[in-house]
Design a protein around this ligand. Structure first.
Ligand code: NAD
Length: 450
């Protein structure tokens, strides 16, 4: 992710380059890809959003840089349960940010804070979002918005009750490529899409979440295990759980909530849908038998109204796209990688010869001379293929939208409802995997039923 960290100047330069060069062919015509919406000019000090961070680990650090890149916020205070992450926060902001060890509620009590960025492990999302909303703060909450399906309606209700803005942090949908993909699908260019194939694969120990543990970590000295654990089940202090929490059900949903939620959010956006009707999943701990509880290999089939998704992840091999989505339509395929979009036409071709070869020659000849049979058996496509790459980072764009909504009081594009549905579709995968059964979604009650 380090190469994705941009200064504001880098960000605007890259977006501008995207504007000049990128595009795609539609019916033989070059259609330029609009640049990722460029973040607005730096706001005047009075217009800047006064920002607090809760959780400045891996993601919080990236978001700190993104907030700086937007030029739209004053970075006022960062709170964390590990002093090392707070020290890094100071470094990143040239010593300007206040730091707060462990007392996130005292940060929420501060009257000089407008909005809060929450980037803590998943088990903390519900209490922190509810506390922040009740304290009158607007909230940027990292994905997955929820740790359990039932958390979502509580957050949606609180956002409404306190009239606060919520943006969930699956930034992909703010990228120019995904916006263009949504337009292409809606235009009908790729025809009827009945199948989507999506994957997230890795082949390294760090890819399987065995992140390095800082050697200075000492509970009661520069870290607070009790505060990190919060309302999660009691457990003796274990640095492995702190820095590799994605391996344990108490704090994470593993592949589903770490990786699938990104794919689901993007697919919901591009296909303009809310929820699957059903999900069935299978998987296991096939390679990384290191004490983890969550699977390292997961295959899920989602059934939506009119199309299916085949979503898969393995931590054993990354030779196919590390991250990708293929939207397979009757007239073409739209393939999205991390920073590329390709469109390839389906070559329609009827395979008549295969079935009529057993006919007498004269009958075959008669068939070929009837109607359009000869033309239909030649490969034919309605349009030419094309390829677009766009390296612009969507994170500052996604965050700039949040800051704009904080000022305008408009809904964010990835509001609490969007975040709830994306996370819930992910939770259905885990419910199915753990129960060994197909899970259905009841839209009326908002419940997953095994
Ligand atoms: N949008 C993305 O692309 C993306 C990428 C990575 C992570 N994430 C999400 O960000 C979140 C954090 O992930 P991460 O990789 O940064 O984890 P991390 O462990 O590196 O960071 C989490 C931080 O939260 C702190 N924390 C825990 N409890 C706290 C408390 N009570 N008060 C204050 N701080 C507390 C921890 O000390 C740690 O520094 C997760 O929900 C993850 O899914 C999103």
């Amino acid at each position: 992710m380090a190469d994705k960290m941009l200064t504001r100047r880098d960000f605007i330069r890259r977006s501008a380059a995207g504007a000049a060069g990128a595009g795609y062919f539609l019916n033989g015509k070059w259609v330029p890809l609009e640049a990722a919406p460029v973040v607005p000019k730096p706001a005047s000090p009075a217009d800047r959003v006064n920002l607090a961070f809760i959780g400045v680990g891996i993601r919080g650090h990236i978001l700190t840089n993104a907030a700086i890149a937007t030029g739209q916020a004053n970075l006022v205070v960062a709170c964390d349960t590990y002093q090392g992450h707070l020290d890094r926060s100071k470094e990143t902001t040239d010593g300007k940010i206040d730091t707060c060890f462990c007392q996130y509620k005292s940060v929420l009590d501060r009257k000089d804070i407008d909005a809060v960025i929450i980037a803590t492990p998943d088990h903390w999302h519900l209490p922190m979002v509810l506390d922040a909303l009740a304290a009158g703060k607007d909230v940027y909450i990292e994905k997955p918005m929820t740790h359990r399906i039932e958390d979502g309606p509580k957050m949606i209700e609180a956002a409404k009750r306190y009239n606060r803005v919520v943006q969930v942090g699956s930034q992909g949908r703010s990228s120019a490529l995904q916006k263009k993909a949504r337009e292409i699908v809606a235009s009908g260019q790729v025809g009827q899409i009945t199948k989507i194939v999506a994957s997230y694969n890795r082949n390294s120990s760090t890819g399987a979440w065995n992140y390095p543990i800082p050697p200075d970590l000492r509970d009661g000295v520069n870290f607070n295990w009790k505060e990190w654990l919060g309302s999660a089940p009691e457990h003796p202090f274990d640095p492995e759980r702190v820095f590799r929490y994605r391996k344990y059900w108490d704090y994470s949903g593993g592949i589903t909530t770490d990786l699938f939620v990104h794919l689901i959010t993007s697919i919901h956006f591009i296909m303009d849908v809310k929820m699957p009707c059903s999900v069935v999943a299978t998987g296991g701990i096939l390679r990384w038998k290191d004490g983890r509880e969550v699977p390292d290999t997961l295959d899920a089939l989602f059934e939506y109204d009119g199309f299916n998704i085949n979503m898969a992840s393995t931590f054993n091999n990354a030779s196919t796209a590390e991250q990708g989505m293929q939207f397979l339509g009757t007239d073409g395929s739209l393939v999205l990688g991390g920073s590329s979009l390709s469109l390839s036409p389906e070559k329609h071709r009827e395979g008549y010869q295969y079935s009529i070869d057993s006919w007498p020659k004269a009958l075959q000849e008669q068939f070929w001379n009837e109607g359009e049979h000869r033309a239909e058996s030649k490969p034919n496509a309605k349009w030419e293929g094309s390829n677009v790459t766009d390296e612009a980072d969507a994170v500052p764009v996604h965050m700039a939208e949040f800051f704009e909504c904080v000022r305008s009081r408009k809904e964010c594009s990835e509001n609490a409802e969007v975040g709830h549905y994306a996370a819930s579709a992910g939770h259905m995968v885990n419910i199915s995997y753990r129960a060994g059964k197909k899970v259905s979604w009841d839209m009326a009650s908002g419940e997953a039923k095994v």
